[in-house]
Design a protein around this ligand. Structure first.
Ligand code: ADP
Ligand code: MG
Length: 389
């Protein structure tokens, strides 16, 4: 999905007021009646109509002719603007640059704060369903999907942010959470590549052990990542110039699918996370371990802390977790794990050919082995491409 931010600086305070009114109205109305927008915005007469047409012209709201009444719905573009506006006011984000990732359910951009520190802006887009579920769900979704995409995308962003905060505070290798608003999360930019792009490592056994230990440690803190695979593990190579030894430092990202060890399918998710790593190491690095496991039941014999309970208490409630979980299940949202499983024969690319570009990972449109950050996306080149908000 395009994020066209070039108009954001030209919106007037009245435009923002009307856009906010459209958002407020959309809590109870899928199509917000024009009089309701006027009433909420309460601008002087005549002003509202001009703002509405401005906002509609740049695609932040869209006119919907309904059988009963005419009105407008807030678009993803409108929600993007509102979120970015809030991040700007909070001095979280000052400028936005290149898109560095296109997931099935999110868009990832490089951005920067006032001091020029490079960050990542992740925009959750849960209404954008993956291709493989479209056919079977098309009619069903037509009736059900539209009302909840905004709320579900917010929930995904809130969940990701809350988990990132507790994980970071316990010293897990995750990005630094900077801010969250509506369906967006701002975090530190990790200067590393997804493991999927790494063709060789010096010591696969060491990295393998470290990653499995992370899965076990997460469980000891009450959590299962749920999407622990080569797409969501960033690997930074640090070379010690003096000794020429290379250290690989993993960072874990992408938390909307995280589950508690109390989840009904906890064992399934735990085993799937473990299997993803085993399969990838065997396929990519020719490394297999003779040791079985690890297993969830062994891992949780020593519980160190219950971060799942902590998150529940801190703003991402059990009810929200359930709502998001149900939505993801109904819509076939399975993160990157499904992708990783289907990716057995990764060089043929056969299983990606049917995807439309909007539904592809950036990984899939680049040449094999050169995924993710393309040259023009490398952090060094960013300043010239940043757009100030
Ligand atoms: P999705 O839910 O779409 O899979 P991810 O959070 O996994 O979204 O991000 C998609 C891609 O964007 C990652 O594979 C990675 O290449 C890049 N990315 C995401 N977050 C960061 C970050 N904090 N630093 C660097 N790259 C990131
Ligand atoms: Mg991911």
């Amino acid at each position: 999905m395009k994020l066209n931010i070039k108009n954001i600086r030209y919106l007037t305070p009245d435009d923002w007021r009307v856009l906010t009114a459209a958002e407020m109205g959309s809590r109870n109305h899928e199509v917000v009646p024009t009089p309701l927008i006027s009433q909420i915005a309460s601008l002087r007469s005549g002003g509202v109509q001009k703002c509405i047409s401005n906002l509609a012209k740049i695609g932040l709201i869209a006119k919907v002719k309904n059988a009963k009444y005419d009105g407008y719905r807030l678009t993803y573009g409108g929600l993007d603007y509102l979120a970015l506006h809030t991040h700007t006011k909070a001095s979280t984000v000052y400028s936005v640059g290149n898109q560095i990732g296109v997931g099935k359910e999110s868009d990832i951009f490089v951005c920067a704060d006032n001091a020029g520190r490079q960050l990542v802006l992740k925009i959750h887009r849960l209404g954008r369903i993956s291709f493989r579920t479209v056919k079977s769900n098309r009619d069903y979704l037509r009736n059900r999907q539209s009302a909840s995409w905004m709320y579900m995308s917010r929930l995904a962003a809130l969940k990701e942010f809350e988990f990132m905060k507790v994980l970071r505070s316990e010293g897990f290798p995750v990005p630094e959470p900077i801010g969250q608003n509506r369906h967006t999360v701002v975090m530190s930019l990790v200067d590393a590549f997804p493991m999927r792009q790494i063709s060789k490592v010096g010591d696969p056994a060491g990295l393998y052990a470290e990653l499995l230990a992370l899965i076990v440690k997460l469980a000891q803190y009450g959590l299962i990542h749920g999407d622990f695979n080569e797409f969501n593990i960033l690997i930074e190579e640090k070379t010690d110039e003096a000794t020429s030894t290379v250290t690989l430092i993993p960072t874990i990202i992408d938390f909307p699918q995280m589950v508690s060890i109390d989840h009904a399918n906890a064992e399934y998710y735990f085993d799937r996370d473990v299997d993803c790593i085993k399969r990838f190491f065997s396929r990519r690095f020719g490394f297999t371990s003779d040791e079985p496991g690890p297993f969830l039941r062994d891992s949780i014999k020593t519980i160190k802390k219950r971060l799942d309970v902590q998150v529940e208490a801190s703003g991402f409630s059990k009810k929200m977790a359930k709502a998001l979980d149900t939505y993801m299940k109904e819509h076939g949202v399975d993160g990157d794990a499904g992708e990783a499983e289907r990716d057995q024969d990764e060089d043929s690319g056969d299983d990606h050919t049917e995807l439309s570009p909007a539904n592809q990972h950036v990984d899939d449109v680049e040449e094999p082995q050169s995924h993710g950050f393309t040259n023009e996306n490398l952090p060094n080149d960013l300043p010239s491409q940043m757009t100030i908000l």
